[in-house]
Design a protein. Structure first.
Lengths: 112, 475
């Protein structure tokens, strides 16, 4: 189980970083999403893997509830951030006519 | 008294929500609410800076189980600096009509202040992440305020860079939580010295990851690439407000470097200081060379800001009380000087008359660290704190010279070769207020450095901060 999750997180991170390094906005957004999936899994298992246990302190077996609260926060934030990035990338694509991620430095400052 | 601690966070949040719900089309009402909020934050910060170190427990959950906000000298100082800068920026953007060039300027502005204040107050590392995201998401909106192709494309880069930083932040926090079982900073400070040999490697990885995240925020070389494009393309007043955003990274580095990962921690040793020192030297060099090489004024100011962050972090990397005290003085100065230059660049875009040139000269003198303004005092304090380090002296002094040459050349190009007095004059109230704050910082250097010395001493011995979190009470 540990090995499986470790491999999953590693693969997601590697794919995410590869896509992040692309020159167009769409792969970059996909890469960031994969990275956020990887980190969400990573946070989730930071409370250790435990089967058949409720995240409530009780007499029986229980699992650490805090990582679950943390991962919920992280999911909501990364979801919102991805939405913002998609809208901005779309705006950049529609105004510029292409979706390259790099910018020209020289003429950028003289606009109102 | 301790109930006041939550106000710097909820007041701007409530006002911003009110603007979105009830005043989305009434600019005059928005301006009034925004002005009221900023003045109230300033009054709050002045009250809180006189208060002793104390904590506020959200929902009255005891730390480390609930989230605690802790106020100490450093937090209060950053609150006061943010509120003062916010007032200057707000006056400038209202007087020059920037806030009317797109929708929701005031709501985003208040959300930005909420995120900044929260980041400076929180005593919980995960909560710090949440407030980082609050201030970032507001800054994404402010950054593309007014629109335009170049600005939106620079904005996409800025967002992507910071999302990557957020991911690293989460990796670091999860690593710390899985090893230590807590994310309260005071609790971490108590438990980290007891960490076993098995977990030392994980703690070192997490500490370096956290430092990387803060270095992205502080624009430390080689993580500075987002800054010039962002600052040069952001609207003038927004770039001025962003002057405090790099200082959030510096604040977090100081907080973690003194409280959570102090230099005498057996698991880390001098790891952080050893990494920070060469990076800060490189940052100074890149900032100075960039100031010489940059074309347009906003990009040049962005590089000068990178250089000043280098000087600041070089002093931080020493982590002595004397160096931290010098850092804090230089931090106040560098925020105000960068903001003043960005506001002047905004004015000089349309009209370049004699008065603007004179204001530019004053701000450039402050930025380069020449007498008589506070940049000189700040650099003197930093050099004095690093007295036994000839390499740091060489870098700081040479960088000052290069920055001065770069800014002087830009000034003569801009104001002598291409003067422009046809456009209508814009209000200079924000710039004048900013320069007045710099003059006040210079005149009151004695009492201010005295107070900063006490703050730095309290950071060096954080017993009061830890005690304020009342960790043992719940057990």
């Amino acid at each position: 189980m540990e090995v499986l999750i470790a491999i999953a997180i590693g693969t997601l991170t590697a794919c995410g970083i590869y896509l992040m390094l692309r020159a167009r906005t769409f792969p970059v957004i996909l890469g960031l999403s994969l990275l956020s999936y990887a980190v969400n899994l990573f946070i989730f298992i930071s409370g250790r893997i435990r089967l058949d246990a409720a995240p409530i302190i009780a007499d029986g077996p229980y699992t650490d509830p805090l990582p679950q609260a943390l991962v919920l926060t992280a999911i909501v934030i990364s979801f919102g951030m991805t939405a913002v990035l998609v809208i901005m990338a779309l705006g950049a694509y529609l105004t510029a006519g292409h979706d390259r991620i790099d910018t020209e430095d020289q003429h950028a400052e003289d606009q109102p | 008294m301790s109930q006041l601690l939550i106000l710097p966070v909820i007041l701007p949040a409530a006002l911003a929500g009110f603007i979105i719900l009830f005043a989305r089309n009434a600019l005059a009402v928005q301006r009034a609410i925004s002005g009221f909020g900023t003045l109230a934050l300033l009054a709050l910060a002045i009250t809180l800076i006189q208060a002793p170190t104390q904590s506020y427990f959200l929902g009255n959950w005891p730390a480390p189980f609930g989230i605690a906000l802790t106020l100490d000298g450093l937090s209060a100082l950053m609150l006061l600096l943010t509120a003062s800068l916010a007032l200057i920026v707000l006056i400038h953007s209202i007087a020059t009509g920037w806030d009317a060039q797109g929708r929701h300027f005031h709501a985003l502005f208040l959300f930005q202040l909420m995120g900044l204040n929260g980041a400076f107050l929180t005593a919980d590392a995960f909560n710090l992440f949440v407030f980082f995201e609050v201030l970032l998401i507001a800054s994404y909106g402010l950054m593309v305020h007014g629109g335009g192709q170049a600005r939106i494309r620079a904005g996409v880069q800025y967002v992507a860079f910071n999302l990557l930083g957020s991911t690293l932040f989460l990796f670091a926090l999860a690593t710390i939580y899985s090893t230590m079982g807590t994310l309260n900073m005071a609790d971490l400070a108590q438990k980290l010295p007891l960490v076993g040999a098995d977990d030392t490697g994980l703690i070192r990885v997490a500490a370096v990851l956290l430092m990387l995240v803060f270095a992205i925020k502080a624009a430390l070389v080689p993580l500075q690439f987002w800054l010039p494009g962002t600052y040069a393309n952001a609207p003038g007043p927004v770039a001025a407000l962003f002057a405090v955003m790099t200082k959030v990274g510096a604040y977090a580095l100081i907080r973690f470097g003194t409280l959570v990962f102090p230099g005498d921690l057996p698991a880390l040793g001098g790891l952080l200081a050893g990494l920070l020192y060469p990076a800060a030297l490189a940052t100074i060099a890149v900032g100075a060379i960039g100031t010489l090489a940059a074309g347009a004024l906003p990009r040049q100011i962005a590089f000068a800001a990178i250089g000043s962050m280098g000087t600041l972090l070089l002093a931080v990397s020493a982590f002595t009380p004397e160096a931290v005290s010098a850092t804090l003085y230089y931090l106040i100065h560098s925020t105000l000087a960068t903001a003043a230059l960005f506001l002047i660049a905004d004015l000089a875009r349309t009209r370049r008359d004699g008065l603007t040139a004179a204001l530019y000269m004053a701000a450039a003198i402050a930025m380069a660290g020449m007498p008589p303004l506070s940049g000189f005092v700040g650099k003197l304090l930093v050099l004095d704190a690093l007295r036994s380090d000839p390499l740091a002296w060489t870098f700081i002094l040479l960088a000052s010279l290069l920055t001065m040459i770069g800014l002087a050349r830009q000034g003569s190009d801009l104001f002598w070769k291409a003067p422009n007095t046809e456009a209508p004059a814009q209000s200079k109230a924000g710039v004048l207020l900013c320069l007045a704050a710099l003059v006040a910082l210079t005149l009151a250097a004695g009492p201010i450095t005295g107070w900063l010395g006490q703050t730095a001493a309290a950071l060096d011995a954080p017993e009061a901060y830890i005690a304020a979190n009342r960790l043992g009470v719940a057990e």
